[in-house]
Design a protein around this ligand. Structure first.
Ligand code: FMN
Length: 223
């Protein structure tokens, strides 16, 4: 769609007209470095009636390479014609990074993607930091195990065994980052197809590494 902005705007307009619910758009800066069209595109999408816009500060060609460029997200916010909420996205990995996104670029909201892998409590950490200016105590391994088990149980419940296990792998490979001598256990966690075995492995993690609380600066996010 980023190569055919006219079509993108036309499709968005048709969706807005066909829906009774608010329609939001999430997109990137443009197709490649020579076509970062987002500032003008944001106006056009607003003009056809979207309720909010999320922008990931990379181009499609970049995929996930380099770092997200938030300057154009700030430019959208500085455009006096824009009035819908703008949500910034890309490379937010810490509560401090979230604060900076609001302060420097004036966005109305942020989205966090990859940093939530194996770290789903990042949203609570960010909320706490924005509210109080202080960082939450890092989780102990015991707390992480309890959360991982609940997360896994919900994943199985919502997605069934196969998808539940596969989708949980990307989280399990990150939940316990930074723990010493963890590689072999991590490999088992992310290769087993047996939910009971994965649950038992999580108990094993608690028994062997429980009580460890990595210092906040070693809090490794999944990115
Ligand atoms: C596994 C995975 C799946 C994704 N699926 C979607 C998707 O369905 N729709 C979407 O708009 N973005 C999707 N994204 C992109 C993210 O929403 C986000 O824009 C991107 O990861 C950059 O944010 P981050 O640096 O916080 O991860 C996905 C990203 C990943 C890693």
């Amino acid at each position: 769609m980023m190569r055919e902005p006219d079509k993108m705007v036309a499709i968005t307009k048709a969706v807005v007209e066909a829906c009774r619910k608010p329609v939001t758009v999430k997109t990137r800066l443009g197709w490649d470095d020579s076509s970062k069209i987002i500032v003008e595109l944001a106006e056009r999408l607003q003009d056809v009636g979207i309720a909010a816009l999320t922008v990931h500060g990379r181009t499609r060609c970049q995929m996930y390479k380099g770092s997200a460029d938030w300057t154009l997200i700030g430019e959208i916010k500085n455009n006096p014609r824009m009035h819908i909420p703008i949500i910034g996205n890309g490379d937010i990995t810490t509560p401090e990074g979230a604060r900076e996104a609001f302060d420097r670029y004036g966005v109305d909201g942020i989205m966090v993607g990859r940093a939530s892998f194996g770290h789903p409590w990042i949203f609570r950490e960010i909320r706490h930091y924005l509210d109080t200016g202080t960082l939450m105590e890092p989780m102990t391994v015991e707390e992480k195990v309890a959360l991982a088990k609940r997360h896994f149980a919900l994943s199985l419940q919502y997605k069934g065994v196969n998808r539940g296990v596969y989708e949980m792998r990307r989280h399990l490979s990150c939940y316990f980052k930074g723990l010493p001598e963890f590689k072999a256990t991590r490999m088992k966690l992310v290769t087993s197809m047996d939910p009971d075995e994965i649950m038992s492995l999580l108990d094993y993690v608690k028994d062997n590494w429980g009580g460890i609380q990595l210092p906040v600066e070693e809090n490794v996010y999944g990115i």
